[in-house]
Design a protein around this ligand. Structure first.
Ligand code: SAM
Length: 476
C-alpha cells in the first residue's frame, strides 16, 4: 500500500484516514494497553468531558484491565447523561427502492443477486407507507435506497421527500427526514439540503482501503475516495449535520474504531464541527449472507465497549443503534451513550403498510429486535429513559456548529427536555396502548417536577393542549 503522510486537514482520503497512522496507533495501543500510568492519564483527560484523540481512545479500547473497563463504563454513563440526558430519540427507516448497481458482498441488494425481488415505490405507495408509519406514532424517518442512477435518480429522492413532508393524516406528521443514500456530488447534496433533510447519513462500511475495494468489487461504490470524501462534499454542499459509521464485522474493529475517530478529527479540523451522529451497525444475516463468512465479527462485549469508548471520545455526537441489535444488547448500550434508536422497523420495500406485507422477501437484512414501537416505548420508559419524538432542532436552525455549541456547554437540555416531554405526550395521547399511556404520563409528571419554573409552565400548558386535542407540535 502506498505511503501517505497523516494530515487531518487534508481533503485527500488517504491523508486524513492515513493507513500508516492507523498502524502506528495500533502498535502504540498494543504496547501500552496495560500501562497503568498512561491509562490513568487518559481517563483523567476523559473526565474533563472534552473528548479524546484517536490514539488515546484506542488505548482504552485495547486495554483488558478490569479496573479501567469499569471506569470506562461509569464515565460513558455519566457523559451520556451530561450531554444527552436520559432522552432517547426514536426513528424508523423507510426503504424506498432496492434497485442497486453496486456489488457490496455483504448486502443482498447487490446487483448480482438475481433472485431478490426488486421494488421501487411509487409516490402513492410511499403515501401508504408513511400513513402506516404515522399511525404507529413516528415523526422522524431515515430514507434508505440502493444506488441506481436510472431507477433511483436524485429527482426521485427529492420528489419522495416532498411527498413525505406533505402527508398529514389524522394528527400524524413526519417532521424530519434523514437520508441514507449512496455518496453523491456537491450539487446533489445542496439539493438535498434545499429539500429540507435533517442529517445525511453514510456508513463508510470499512475504512481499510484494501478491504473496502475487495468488499465492493463492482459498481460506483468501488471507489474508496468517493466514499471516504463524501462527507466533505456534503458539508461543502451546505449539509451541516452528517452521520458517519462503519459496518462492524467487515474488518478488524480496532482498525475501524481508530479510523472512525480520525474521520471525526478530520471533519472538526476542516469544518469546525464533528459529525452530528455516529452509527454502530453490526453485520446481520441476510438473503445469501451469513455474517460468519466474514472473519471479523465482534462479540457483544466488544461491541458494548466500542460504544462506551466512542461516547467518551466524542461526547457531543449523537449515537445511533438500530434494530440490527437484540433487545438485550440495546439495553446494555442505551446506558452507555446511545441517544437515538429505531423502533418497529421493517427493512423491506413496502414493509409497513398492510397492502405490502407480502414484501418481506425484499428485506435488506434480518431485524433482531422485532418489537412494536409501542413495546419499545414502554420498555424505554420502564428502564428510566424518556422516549422522544422531538424534531425541533433543525426546524429551529440548531444544526451543525450551533447545535454542537449548545451540546458542548451542556445547555441543549433546556430545549431538548421540554420538547421530548411534549412530543412523548403526543405519542401517548394519539397512539399509545393504555399501559404505555399510564406509565408515560407518570414519567412525564415526575420529569416536569424537575424542570425550572419557566420551562415547567410552558410544558404544563401545552401538555394540557395536547390532551385536550387542541393542537400539536409544540416546541422550544
Ligand atoms: N445504498 C446506500 C449506500 O450505498 O451507502 C446505503 C443504504 S443501505 C440501505 C444502508 C446500510 O445498510 C449500508 O450502508 C450498510 O452498512 C448496511 N448493510 C448492508 N448490508 C447489511 C447486512 N447484511 N447487515 C447489516 N447491515 C447491512
Amino acid at each position: 500500500m502506498e505511503s501517505f503522510k497523516y494530515n487531518p486537514q487534508s481533503s485527500v482520503a488517504d491523508e486524513f484516514i492515513c493507513h500508516d497512522e492507523i498502524l502506528a496507533s495500533l502498535q502504540f495501543a498494543e504496547a501500552h494497553k496495560n500501562d497503568e500510568a498512561l491509562l490513568a492519564q487518559i481517563l483523567a483527560k476523559a473526565k474533563e468531558e472534552k473528548g479524546l484523540s484517536h490514539r488515546e481512545a484506542l488505548v482504552l479500547l485495547a486495554s483488558d484491565n478490569a479496573a479501567t473497563n469499569q471506569q470506562i463504563e461509569a464515565l460513558a454513563k455519566k457523559i451520556k447523561l451530561d450531554f444527552y440526558g436520559n432522552r432517547i430519540v426514536l426513528f424508523a427507516p423507510l426503504y424506498l427502492s432496492n434497485y442497486c448497481v453496486n456489488g457490496c458482498t455483504y448486502c443482498p441488494y447487490h446487483a448480482i443477486n438475481k433472485h431478490m425481488p426488486r421494488k421501487k415505490m411509487t409516490q402513492d405507495e410511499i403515501k401508504e407507507e408513511v400513513i402506516a408509519l404515522q399511525d404507529m406514532g413516528h415523526k422522524r424517518l431515515a430514507l434508505e435506497l440502493g444506488e441506481h442512477p436510472t431507477m433511483n435518480p436524485l429527482e426521485y429522492v427529492l420528489e419522495s421527500i416532498d411527498t413525505i413532508y406533505n402527508i398529514k393524516h389524522k394528527n400524524g406528521a413526519i417532521r424530519r427526514v434523514n437520508v441514507n443514500i449512496a455518496a453523491t456530488d456537491e450539487a446533489s447534496f445542496a439539493k438535498l439540503k434545499d429539500a429540507g433533510i435533517g442529517t445525511y447519513i453514510l456508513f463508510q462500511e470499512t475504512y481499510n482501503r484494501q478491504r473496502y475495494e475487495a468488499l465492493h468489487p463492482t459498481g460506483p461504490k468501488h471507489d474508496y475516495n468517493r466514499q471516504t470524501e463524501a462527507m466533505d462534499r456534503a458539508m461543502r454542499g451546505g449539509i451541516d449535520d452528517v452521520g458517519i459509521g462503519v459496518l462492524f464485522g467487515l474488518s478488524t474493529y480496532l482498525y475501524e474504531f481508530t479510523a472512525l475517530l480520525m474521520h471525526v478529527e478530520h471533519l472538526k479540523a476542516v469544518f469546525g464541527v464533528g459529525p452530528h451522529t455516529i452509527s454502530v451497525p453490526r453485520l446481520r444475516p441476510a438473503d445469501g449472507i451469513n455474517p460468519e463468512q466474514f472473519a471479523d465479527c465482534i462479540s457483544d462485549d466488544i461491541f458494548v465497549k466500542i460504544v462506551a469508548c466512542l461516547r467518551i471520545a466524542v461526547p457531543t455526537a449523537g449515537m445511533i443503534i438500530s434494530t440490527r441489535e437484540s433487545k438485550e444488547t440495546r439495553e446494555r448500550v442505551l446506558q452507555l451513550g446511545i441517544s437515538q434508536i429505531s423502533g418497529g422497523s421493517k427493512t423491506s420495500v413496502g414493509g409497513y403498510s398492510q397492502a405490502h406485507a407480502e414484501n418481506s422477501d425484499s428485506a435488506q437484512f434480518d431485524v433482531c429486535d422485532n418489537r412494536t414501537l409501542d413495546e419499545v416505548v414502554y420498555w424505554l420508559l420502564g428502564n428510566g429513559h424518556i422516549p422522544s419524538f422531538c424534531t425541533a432542532c433543525y426546524r429551529k436552525h440548531r444544526t451543525g456548529e450551533a447545535f454542537m455549541k449548545l451540546c458542548a456547554n451542556k445547555s441543549i437540555h433546556h430545549f431538548c427536555h421540554p420538547n421530548a416531554l411534549l412530543s412523548l405526550q403526543e405519542y401517548l395521547t394519539d397512539y399509545a396502548s393504555p399501559a404505555t399511556k399510564a406509565l408515560g404520563e407518570k414519567v412525564i409528571a415526575a420529569e416536569v417536577a424537575k424542570l425550572p419554573p419557566q420551562s415547567a409552565k410552558f410544558v404544563l400548558q401545552h401538555l394540557q393542549d395536547i390532551k385536550n386535542g387542541n393542537d400539536r407540535d409544540f416546541y422550544l
